[in-house]
Design a protein around this ligand. Structure first.
Ligand SMILES: Nc1ncnc2c1ncn2[C@@H]1O[C@H](COP(=O)(O)OP(=O)(O)OP(=O)(O)O)[C@@H](O)[C@H]1O
Ligand SMILES: [Mg+2]
Length: 603
């Protein structure tokens, strides 16, 4: 226990102790010759250090207590020191046994200071030689000065080391490139990320002129002319060796003590990283994979089979399907299961962007390109999707001028921002979707044929829900579970009557409509089992109407056919139809049947 305390005391005072030690080492011959002893004591009267050539004294050693009165002696009532006001000799303090052993020694003490402030550590100088008594005071004053200076230097160095440690950690863990340049634009520091972005070796680049290590004119050089830094500015640079370098940069001016320009610290971040952050921030990530697609319908399985092949390729995909058939789901699954999985998945709904903003939404714009635009310029969705997939939904709504630009992009794989001249390479996979017959749009002159052929490399047709009713039961089960989870409710059981009534419905809104119906029901009901009584009225009514007209249709068909067969003999027909004659007449009247109509309309 004791040793731990000593160790702690030691740790806390390490710098001070080492300062006193190095002082003693430098003057050891002086100490030896004159039998001097130096003792360092803290404010709690712990002896921290004893430096002496005198045979060691078991009572005066580090870790033991010095006489607290000794420390008191050096302080007046206000806690200020009374340094060397007195020099006492002979008996140090009769009341303290430890020090009694030094009864014939003379001593003086001083309170050590840092920047003229007491640090409440005390230095004592002792000698048994009475000739030296008059020298003790001047000696301890000059000793303490030297030790204090030494301590100050040590502290500065230690601070510098800590700062360097911080800087090392910051620059190593930073995902930004960091470059420190002196006033001649020579490299003074470069972190590894900067080396990677600029394709140079950070260590070998030290002290070299920045213009010499890269094969383009470094944009940071402009700061050396203007002496003005900037924050988050975007730069696109063409390197002969490395192609296009695209980053966001911040340059900070460094000044010396006199306020003179002393260099620049340059921070830069590759645009791909910025985009990654943006896409994760705005949630441009695919959520669905192929396992999320429910259904065993042959046509759906065939579409999924093709989509899985598409996922392994980079070809453009066109997905055709009515609203709510799962076009976006399939597009996400293709992205999610392909090699662009970790890249962004960016959706543009071509039908939802105002026409005059569509181009800037697609390709971005340079600063000051048009009124109302952001002053700094902005990158478009294509750039944001770099390294990933862009999903162009409702492609048939794309204005003709953009159809041409999209076609050009597909050929060149580069974009030019509005108001810009630079071509920016963008690596995206294009998936388009439409709920219209694009061939028809081509015939109507609303869609370019050449673009159609470009986007239609792999075509996926998604069936309507009414054409795959066999999947409705499993979809109901899946969606009920999924939505209960979302609504944080216990998933209810499903009664056959619930499924049956939905099987009779046509679902013009396809799976999305089924999903909405179930979500609405789960929202308002807490029952343990879903039955026909939970089905919204309009859906049942809709079915009744259909069923009713269906029944009516077939009845009308039957009656007309019998009338025709019996040559409009009402009695015979009524008999065969098992209707009374007045009832048959009522039907004839209701449907306005007559001999010509029956033959013409129903056969
Ligand atoms: N096969 C499926 N299995 C499970 N859920 C599906 C399936 N198809 C569609 N869905 C569900 O239906 C909803 C609509 O799907 P999605 O948004 O992909 O359709 P869409 O064809 O893009 O529709 P729109 O044309 O209206 O944009 C989704 O929320 C999804 O949960
Ligand atoms: Mg969609």
């Amino acid at each position: 226990m004791n040793s731990i305390i000593v160790d702690q005391v030691k740790n806390n005072n390490e710098l001070l102790i080492s300062s006193v030690q190095s002082f003693y080492r430098n003057f050891s011959s002086l100490f030896r010759k004159n039998q001097l002893m130096l003792i360092l004591v803290n404010s709690a009267s712990d002896i921290l250090l004893v430096e002496s050539t005198h045979p060691s004294n078991p009572y005066i050693k580090p870790g033991t207590k010095a006489d607290p009165l000794l420390v008191d002696y050096l302080l007046n009532d206000q806690g200020e020191t009374k340094i060397s006001q007195k020099l006492i000799s002979g008996k140090i303090n009769h009341r303290v046994t430890n020090w009694e052993l030094l009864m014939n020694w003379y001593f003086t003490g001083i309170n050590l200071q840092r920047n003229q402030k007491n640090i409440f550590h005390f230095l004592f100088l002792l000698t048994p030689d009475n000739h030296l008594v008059h020298l003790l005071n001047p000696l301890i004053q000059s000793f303490s000065k030297t030790i204090e200076e030494n301590l100050l230097n040590k502290e500065k160095i230690s601070q510098l080391n800590i700062s360097k440690e911080y800087i090392d950690i910051i620059s190593k863990s930073s995902k930004d490139g960091i470059l420190c340049l002196d006033k001649e634009a020579n490299i003074k520091y470069m972190n590894e990320v900067a080396g990677k972005i600029l394709h140079v070796n950070p260590e070998k680049s030290l002290n070299q002129y920045i213009g010499e290590i890269v094969d383009f004119v470094p944009v940071v050089l402009s700061v050396f002319k203007t002496k003005k830094g900037y924050t988050d500015r975007e730069f696109i640079i063409h390197s002969r060796t490395w192609g296009t370098l695209h980053f966001i940069k911040t340059a900070v001016i460094v000044k010396d003590i006199k306020g003179q320009f002393a260099g620049v610290v340059d921070f830069f971040r590759e645009i791909t990283r910025v985009r990654k952050f943006v896409t994760s921030y705005i949630g441009a990530q695919a959520k669905f994979n192929f396992n999320d697609l429910i259904g065993n319908n042959t046509q759906l399985r065939e579409s999924i089979r093709i989509a899985k092949i598409a996922a392994q390729s980079n070809s453009n995909v066109l997905i055709i399907g009515e609203t709510g058939t799962g076009k976006e789901m399939i597009a996400q699954a293709i992205h999610y299961e392909g090699n662009r999985k970790s890249g962004p998945f960016v959706t543009i709904n071509c039908g939802a962007i105002p026409r005059d903003l569509a181009e800037s939404e697609f390709f971005g714009y340079e600063p000051g390109s048009f009124t109302g635009a952001d002053r700094k310029g902005r990158s478009g969705k294509f750039e944001l999707a770099n390294g990933g997939t862009i999903f162009l939904d409702e492609i048939e709504e794309l204005p003709i001028n953009l159809q041409i630009k999209l076609l050009r992009f597909i050929q060149e794989r580069q974009i030019t921002r509005i108001g810009g001249i630079k071509q920016i390479p963008v690596n995206v996979r294009i998936i388009t979707a439409s709920n219209k017959d694009l061939q028809k749009e081509i015939q109507l002159g609303r869609f370019r044929k050449d673009l159609y052929h470009r986007i239609n490399v792999i075509k996926i047709n998604l069936p309507n829900l009414k054409n795959r009713k066999e999947d409705i039961p499993s979809l109901i089960e899946h969606l009920t579970k999924k939505l209960s989870l979302k609504l944080e409710k216990k998933s209810p059981a499903i009664d056959p009557s619930f499924i049956q009534s939905l099987l009779n419905y046509d679902f013009p809104g396809n799976v999305r409509e089924l999903e909405n119906i179930i979500e609405r029901i789960l929202n308002i009901c807490d029952d343990k089992i879903l039955t026909i009584k939970h089905i919204p009225k309009e859906i049942i009514n809709d079915q009744n109407q259909t069923n009713y007209s269906l029944i009516e249709d077939s009845k009308r068909h039957q009656i007309s056919s019998i009338l025709l067969q019996t040559d409009w003999n009402i009695s015979k027909a009524a008999h065969r139809l098992q209707l009374s004659r007045p009832t048959l007449y009522r039907y004839i009247k209701k449907w306005n049947l007559n001999q010509t109509k029956t033959s013409f309309n129903y056969y």
